[in-house]
Design a protein around this ligand. Structure first.
Ligand code: HEM
Length: 510
């Protein structure tokens, strides 16, 4: 008996570390997919680590200062430093290739059509990678961003209707209110600090505060201050969890009580208690509260039979929804708003165009602006500048999926033929490479040229924006939130400190 058990365990282990990786690699290579040579147990982990080390040391040794002694703004430095191995293997093996991180086999794809297909794949056989979910569990739980199958569908059904365009339109007023407050502080500072009408602001912290402000008001409404505390704690958790590597697929040592992890666990408990406290208050006296997002989602969830029958499931849903919306909405907006302002500052001719169209529609005094959806949609230059900034500096760098069964992708190989992705394969795409591909975007792919979106602003940016639109129509909220944060009066901003894009966290808000 004992011998049978031992044999079974040994066969299981061998299957995991040897036969299964070899089988997957062989299925892919028979379909013409190449990739770097793998080694037993480690796959390509050593090459990945080596390339990350080289990039790290070259980044720390290169002192990139411009002639005036200011830190130089490099458009491309960050691209080189994020996931260098994906870029190097792309160069060597083409748009589709395979690699391995030991027991996990990966397929990299970089064709727009294929990515579109991945995004539009309806079957639940394709989902978010389970190991990423584990690594991000403290912050995302099993919320809509990480969930798969039935659990994802249930959450999507309850959340998505609150992000339809009509609902987002209703939030423009509060976005404008929060943004106007921030702009007034800038004006005040400009009046106090400027020399010759020009002052230097580090706007990224202000944009972070603005994003928290908007999310807290939209989501928590009358529980705004509590909402703000929750958002700040979530921020602290995100910072302790951010790790720019695909290697968190390696045997995960998340149980070790390191200092950082103890902090995360403590914050996790605090956030959960705070959210449940707000939810409980609202369940006891619903009439007292305004119809903010939390209230509407709670009311909708209370009518769901599955959640009604299980108090724990209901609580989990509410906690995960708060954390997921915060995670998805916060940094995407901060990063895109920061980059849009930065790029406009670097291209004064575009800043002027944007300013003129806003003044034309709204007048040149903030109190008279009073934005609404129709006015926002008239800002074509601003819309194009935002799309161009999302293209160049996509806030979510990686698109990732896991095949839970063998799946067929149309036109996947180099000849446009169908190919089969075996069960267990993790599929990746690196959005910045896709967005700067000269074959798709033309020879000026690395340049800021919002003009390229003139004829098809309504169409989404390949990958990124399309995904955002498809999933929760959230790009409507995103773009309107970004549009409200562009100030027609601000002087050209000369520098923006510590740009903090989400690139490199391996997260996409997906
Ligand atoms: C510039 C702003 C934004 C960008 C570029 C962006 C991008 C994305 C992308 C690429 C995905 C899907 C990834 C995938 O399919 O794998 C996604 C999903 C998601 N986003 Fe955003 N997003 C933005 C803003 C927001 C905002 C403001 C919210 C909510 C307040 C939000 C909520 C979500 C949610 C809930 C999902 C998961 C949907 C699902 O899995 O069904 N996003 N986002």
């Amino acid at each position: 008996m004992m011998i049978i058990v031992i044999c079974r365990v040994m066969i299981g282990v061998l299957d995991m570390i040897w036969w299964n990786p070899k089988r997957i690699q062989s299925v892919l290579s028979k379909q013409g997919i190449r990739g770097p040579k793998t080694s037993f147990l480690y796959g390509n982990v050593k090459q990945i680590q080596q390339m990350e080390m080289i990039i790290k040391s070259s980044a720390s040794s290169s002192s990139s200062s411009s002639s005036d002694g200011q830190p130089a703004v490099s458009h491309h430095q960050w691209l080189r430093s994020s996931f260098p191995y994906l870029q190097e293997w792309s160069r060597l093996y083409g748009r589709t290739y395979m690699f391995s991180t030991g027991t996990k086999q990966h397929l990299y794809v970089n064709q727009p059509e294929l990515i579109k297909e991945l995004k539009q794949h309806k079957s639940l056989d394709l989902g978010k990678p389970s190991y990423l979910s584990k690594a991000r569990r403290p912050i995302l739980g099993n919320g809509v961003i990480k969930a798969n199958g039935h659990h994802w569908a249930l959450q999507k059904k309850l959340i998505a209707p609150h992000f339809f365009p009509l609902q987002v339109k209703g939030m423009v007023g509060l976005m404008e209110e929060c943004t106007t407050t921030m702009i007034r502080t800038w004006e005040q500072r400009l009046a106090e600090e400027s020399q010759g009408g020009v002052a230097e602001f580090m706007v990224d912290q202000d944009l972070k505060d603005l994003s928290i402000d908007i999310i807290s008001r939209a989501f928590f409404g009358s529980s705004y201050y509590l909402g703000k505390t929750i958002c700040k704690k979530l921020r602290a958790m995100e910072e302790t969890l951010a790790k720019p590597s695909l290697l968190f697929g390696l045997p995960y040592l998340g149980f070790l009580p390191t200092q950082g992890r103890r902090k995360t666990w403590r914050l996790e408990k605090e956030v959960e208690a705070l959210i449940l406290n707000v939810v409980k208050g609202r369940q006891e006296d619903a009439g007292k509260y305004s119809k903010d997002l939390l209230q509407m989602i709670l009311e909708r969830a209370s009518t769901d039979i599955e959640l009604q029958q299980d108090k724990h499931k209901m609580e989990r849903f509410m906690v995960d929804t708060c954390t997921n919306i915060h995670f998805a909405g916060y940094e995407t907006i901060v990063s895109s708003a920061s980059w849009t302002l930065m790029l406009l500052a670097l291209h004064p001719e575009w800043q002027q165009r944007v300013r003129s169209e806003i003044i034309e529609t709204c007048g040149d005094h903030i109190p008279s602006m009073s934005l609404d959806w129709d006015k926002l949609s008239q800002f074509k230059n601003l819309g194009n500048a935002i799309l161009e900034s999302l293209r160049l500096y996509a806030p979510s760098a990686v698109i990732a999926r896991e095949a839970f069964a063998d799946i067929k992708l149309d036109g996947g190989d180099s000849n446009g033929n169908n190919f089969v992705v075996p069960k267990g394969v993790h599929i990746w795409s690196f959005v910045p490479l896709l967005h700067r591909d000269t074959e798709n975007w033309g020879p000026d792919a690395n340049e800021f040229n919002p003009e390229r979106f003139r004829d098809y602003q309504a169409k989404a940016v390949v990958g990124e924006h399309e995904a955002a639109r498809r999933h929760v129509a959230q790009s409507d909220e995103a773009v309107s939130e970004l549009r409200t944060s562009d100030d027609p009066q601000a002087e050209p901003l000369r520098s923006i400190g510590s740009m903090n894009s989400r690139v490199g966290t391996g997260e996409t808000g997906f």
